[in-house]
Design a protein around this ligand. Structure first.
Ligand SMILES: [Zn+2]
Length: 274
């Protein structure tokens, strides 16, 4: 059986002037606006992530040509640049924040994150955005969850949810794995913590048969060409979930675990390999 491909786009920063470490994962505002318009021009329906999750959990199916927009980490440009461009088009999105990376006052104070320095959202801005976009969690410190001891991974997954729910005063349901990395154990922890969905990377389309705790996403990067984006908008150019984990991903995880054991955790940049 084949399934209708659902592109779940993953963005990081949208800026004309990003710090060098995030530049390869940053889309310029003009290009981002063009991509949003391409979706509309090609008849895609941008739906909230929760509608995809509902369809994966047996609820109503999505409109035939749906897409989802997601943003990882919590860069400050979401507030200044992304939100106005989304609002002007009435588009829903999910913003996954690393709670330890957020600026401004928080009590008790967070202990920081592994992300290199960059302008990040403040807690106040996250609260301002909350009525307009879905705020999701992306751990406290942005570790590679699948290379952490179980107890530390649990604390990251649960602690981030508690902090967000305290700050926003309501439930938060949606989680994204830092770097897209998860394992069966990590997915179980995410489920036990009460997250109802979790997005990975996987470089593929989601679909009505995808896994709610391992939703496939397509990463839009600085080097994503217009043609590549247009292919994705048309459901072309990437595998459609469910598909098995690649042997390469498994090998890469073993390597990262080994490094974490003998040395220090692999540098915490966003996805350098899959
Ligand atoms: Zn991230």
């Amino acid at each position: 059986m084949t399934y209708q491909p659902v592109p779940v786009f993953l963005y990081h920063s949208v800026s004309a002037d990003p710090p060098p470490w995030i530049a390869p994962f940053t889309v310029r505002p003009r290009v981002f606006a063009e991509q949003l318009d391409l979706l509309a021009d090609n008849g895609l329906d941008v739906v909230p992530l929760r509608r995809l999750v509902a369809s994966l959990r047996g609820g109503p199916p999505l409109p035939p040509r749906s897409a989802v927009l997601t943003f990882d980490d919590g860069f400050a440009d979401f507030h200044s640049t992304v939100a106005p461009l989304l609002a002007a088009r009435g588009l829903p999105a999910t913003l996954y924040v690393t709670t330890g990376a957020l600026g401004g006052l928080s009590w008790p104070p967070e202990r920081g994150s592994l992300l290199p320095p960059a302008p990040m959202l403040t807690w106040r801005q996250v609260r301002e955005l909350d009525p307009f976009v879905e705020i999701g969690g992306h751990t406290r410190t942005h570790p590679q969850l699948d290379a952490l001891p179980r107890q530390s991974a649990r604390e990251e997954v649960l602690g981030c949810k508690d902090r967000l729910e305290d700050a926003l005063g309501h439930r938060v349901d949606s989680f994204a794995y830092p770097h897209g990395y998860s394992s069966r154990t990590v997915r179980r922890l995410v489920d036990e913590a009460g997250w109802t969905s979790a997005t990975a990377v996987r470089y593929g389309f989601s679909s009505g048969a995808d896994e709610p705790l391992r939703i496939a996403r397509l990463m839009v990067r600085a080097d994503t060409t217009r043609d590549r984006f247009l292919d994705w908008a048309q459901g072309l150019g990437a595998p459609v979930a469910p598909f098995p984990e690649r042997a390469l991903s498994r090998a890469w995880r073993s390597y990262r675990r080994l490094r974490a054991g003998i040395d220090h955790p692999h540098p915490s940049l966003p996805l350098t390999a899959r």
